[in-house]
Design a protein around this ligand. Structure first.
Ligand SMILES: Cc1cc2nc3c(=O)[nH]c(=O)nc-3n(C[C@H](O)[C@H](O)[C@H](O)COP(=O)(O)OP(=O)(O)OC[C@H]3O[C@@H](n4cnc5c(N)ncnc54)[C@H](O)[C@@H]3O)c2cc1C
Ligand code: SF4
Length: 483
């Protein structure tokens, strides 16, 4: 067995320090587990992945290489480009339930793909949350409804606080990785280059499979029952609320998707968890996670270059610095991101990506930023979530309409606006909430193309009601916001 811990990854992307610590510490722990199970393991710390692999093959006289199919195209391409002198045997990945071929067979007949149809098929195919006595067997969803999302969009009441997440004290292995990551950061700064984003300590993520399983059990014990209602809420000082915090472990392979889904289903039914919560979390993993991975391969290699709105604005410096925008919502989310490499789905979608969409930020630059900053970020999950769901840069292949929103959405679903120097009720002038000015400017900029989308009709009608003079002021404010 060969594991290569190569800092050549930093030549392409400066990853968040927590992400490097998580991945490298998990690899070192995994190597130790494999050795204990009797495997012969070479763990190689290298400055070049390619050289490390080629040397290992030469030194040990390796005659064939067996690899798990990586979830992302660039990694497989990088290995193939090495033109290794021995055969490569690719094995199907166990990180997803749907193979690429099965997904393609499902998708082929449809002109327009929708997650809900895929999700229902997944429930049937894997027999998850189905009515056992239905005829034909397994044809009806448990409780009579496929989706309880409508019950899950409550704004946060005053004082809303979620259960504390489970975190782990770093052991000697993790401490050694933290020291290495800090050294790499300092070396970059000494060379006058930008260092690694975020902070590496305090570090509390799970780095072994038993710890990841403990996170799953802790979620079931403390958060599963409450998962649904406040899924979309954003609360100052409450970065995790009832979210599962499982994506880093599912994406890294410390947990398998089917074991997580089966355990959630079994525990949720035994506990009598509200169906809206149980179905809600299972939909995320059996539905969204599988769907975004399937689409990544189905849409093909050109998908990452999509730019439907022709957006080309460079990223503001405060995004790179993870703070300093002056907007309470944005700076809160960026501070949480700097600390752990994690913010929850609605913060990613409705604060970070929404800003990128309405400000017209370059989609490829923003996707790369997400990829660098997030503890659970990988190419397969970034493309569909940022290019597709967040920025609508794919012109609607994934989402049926752009998730564009003004400050009113953030005000309704969060506690951020109360502490903000901007006024969420204003849409023009120096006090105006930047999300408001940018939102109306976005609608006006793309009015013709948006008007062709029936799901945008209401918003376009609202735009048409804005008095012409006020629209000029709003658009001037938007230009000021963008500098
Ligand atoms: C702009 C943007 C960027 C994102 N970047 C990433 C990313 O880098 N890595 C990543 O894994 N997810 C990403 N997501 C999807 C989702 O936000 C995260 O999976 C989720 O926030 C992870 O936190 P959690 O485990 O607490 O999730 P929960 O909200 O508790 O959901 C449970 C699980 O469902 C899965 N899931 C939920 N939604 C999605 C989705 N849209 N796509 C894929 N899986 C999903 C995850 O495995 C997650 O662990 C992104 C979403 C958006 C809108
Ligand atoms: S007023 Fe606008 S900028 Fe300030 S927190 Fe609210 S939405 Fe964000």
């Amino acid at each position: 067995m060969l594991l290569i811990e190569s800092d050549s990854v930093l030549a392409r992307r400066r990853y968040h320090r927590q992400k490097l610590v998580l991945v490298w510490s998990a690899m070192r722990h995994f190597a130790a587990d494999l050795r204990q199970d009797g495997w012969t393991v070479d763990y190689c710390e290298a400055t070049s992945f390619a050289a490390a692999l080629s040397d290992w093959i030469a030194v040990h006289g390796i005659s064939a290489l067996h690899l798990m199919e990586p979830a992302e195209r660039p990694f497989r391409q990088a290995i193939e480009r090495l033109n290794l002198p021995i055969p490569l045997h690719w094995h199907r990945s166990n990180a997803f339930l749907w193979s690429r071929e099965d997904f393609a067979d499902w998708a082929r007949p449809y002109r327009q793909l929708r997650m809900e149809l895929f999700y229902r098929e997944s429930r049937r195919r894997f027999g998850v949350l189905m009515e056992p006595a239905a005829e034909p067997a397994g044809s009806k969803p448990l409780g009579g409804q496929w989706n309880y999302d409508q019950a899950n969009r409550k704004p946060p009441p005053k004082g809303l606080a979620g259960p504390a997440p489970l975190s782990f004290e770093p052991d000697a292995i993790t401490h050694a990785v933290i020291a290495k990551v800090e050294r790499l950061h300092e070396d970059l700064e000494i060379r006058g280059e930008s260092g690694l984003p975020g902070r590496s300590e305090p570090f509390g993520w799970a780095v072994t499979r038993p710890q990841a399983l403990a996170v799953l059990e802790h979620f079931i014990a403390t958060r599963l029952d409450g998962f649904g209602p406040y899924q979309d809420a954003m609360v100052q000082g409450q970065p995790t609320l009832w979210h599962a915090l499982l994506s880093p472990y599912l994406n890294l392979g410390l947990l398998g998707p089917l074991e997580v889904i089966r355990r959630l289903e079994q525990a949720g039914l035994e506990r009598g968890s509200p169906l809206a919560s149980l179905e809600g979390v299972i939909r995320q993993i059996l539905g969204w996670r599988e769907y975004t991975h399937g689409l990544y391969w189905w849409f093909g290699p050109d998908y990452p270059r999509r730019n439907h709105f022709g957006a080309d604005r460079p990223l503001p410096t405060w995004l790179e610095h993870l703070g300093g925008s002056g907007m309470a919502c944005m700076d809160t989310v960026l501070a949480e991101l700097a600390a752990t490499g994690y913010v929850h789905h609605i913060q990613r979608l409705m604060v970070l990506a929404n800003y990128g969409l309405i400000a017209g930020l370059d989609p490829q630059a923003l996707t790369d930023w997400f990829h660098r900053q997030f503890i659970d970020g990988y190419d397969w999950v970034m493309q569909t979530n940022v290019i597709g769901m967040g920025l609508f840069a794919d012109g609607g292949l994934l989402a049926s309409k752009p998730y564009a929103a003004s400050g009113s959405y953030i005000n309704r679903m969060s506690t951020y606006c109360k502490g903000c120097r901007y006024d969420v009720k204003r849409r023009s002038g120096p006090q105006a909430c930047p999300f408001n000015a940018l939102y109306w400017d976005f609608l006006a900029r793309h009015q013709d193309s948006l008007a062709r989308n029936p799901r945008m009709a209401l918003m376009i009608r609202q735009l048409e009601k804005v008095p012409a003079e006020e629209l000029v002021d709003i658009r001037t404010t938007a230009r000021t916001v963008l500098g």
